[in-house]
Design a protein around this ligand. Sequence first.
Ligand code: SAM
Length: 277
Amino acid sequence: MVDVFFIERDPYAPIRHVYPVSQVLYQGKSQFQEIMVLESPFFGKVLVLDGVAQCDERFEYIYHEFMAHVPLYAHPNPQDVLIIGGGDGGVLREVLKHPEVKRAVLVDIDKEVIEVSKRFFPTMSVAFQDPRVLVLNEDGYKYIQDCEKEFDVIIVDSTDPVGFAHVLTTEEFFRYVYNALKDDGIYVGQTESLHYHIEIVRRVQKSLHKVFPIVDMYTAVIPGYAGYWWTMSVGSKVHDPREPKRPVSVQAKLYSEDMHRYAFLPKSFYQKVLSGE
Ligand code: SAM
């Protein structure tokens, strides 16, 4: 038997993450990026953009549950939610599990990622049919500039901060996010691996501190991502993101009220991470 692997080149760290592969199900090039769907005997189907794995059928629930439920439960009444990126639909699926959500706007620059997800990842893309959803295919950085106190929660589920995704991690962008949030709004963005991409984590956290009065960070262990220990950075206008504001009743595999609190780093360790001690 021949072992075949997909080797992910990390855009920042000199490391390689390896996925066993049995088949290439799709390979194409959109206006923005190379899109690939692999079949893996261990991970199930894997979505790859520009050579970087985005999600896999086996473990996608961990990332998507934590990206969605932590900010939504940290808010007392999340009615209007904006997702920037997230074209696979995983975060959207979790967001719409909250009956409080009246409107979810998903802005992904690349229509083809959404089409590929609908074709190959039906359980992840299921929520695109929900009548509360508005999908726009444009640059999230441009879209957000025209929003004024519109959203309770903004989730940035973008590709790694290189190329057209880089602007989504800048201080200028966070100022637009702040303006687009209502008076008690909450922002969350994926900010890469705690170990392999610590410079990115610190840069984003520093920028958020210049814009938001409350800044924090939580983590989840994602087996499909290089570095595994993944960070999510939070900016909040009023609410302490560490505490759920409503009873947790969502149907989730891993997220729960306990896991919400557990996901946040102890404050002393969080300070160490930021200071680089
Ligand atoms: N969970 C994934 C990860 O971090 O590995 C991210 C998944 S989701 C597929 C990422 C999406 O962000 C892609 O579909 C990409 O098109 C979108 N994206 C990147 N930059 C963007 C921008 N400036 N505006 C809107 N969407 C963007």
